[in-house]
Design a protein around this ligand. Structure first.
Ligand code: ZN
Length: 85
């Protein structure tokens, strides 16, 4: 399983998943479904809404098999139980 940069996610546009930065996901793809690029679980973008704010990716349902969640990671990557396809 690949380990993408934590500052990106995937958005569904016209039926296809594509990579997007968190800023793009928040603004350009605000209404599109979003998923984690690593475990494919549903995610949303958190952070302050200013030009200097720090955006972060948050899983709607925490998943210990995702390397992107940080300290909650079990050490063994596995697909999210609610993975979007
Ligand atoms: Zn994930």
């Amino acid at each position: 399983m690949k380990t993408p940069a934590p500052k990106t996610c995937e958005v569904k546009v016209e039926g296809r998943w594509q990579a997007a930065s968190l800023d793009e996901a928040r603004v350009t793809y605000r209404d599109a479904p979003k998923r984690c690029a690593a475990c494919h679980g549903p995610v949303y973008v958190t952070g302050t809404y200013t030009s200097t704010g720090t955006l972060a990716l948050a899983h709607r349902k925490k998943h210990s098999g995702c390397p992107l969640i940080g300290k909650g990671f079990s050490g063994t990557p596995s697909p999210h139980p609610n993975a979007l396809s």
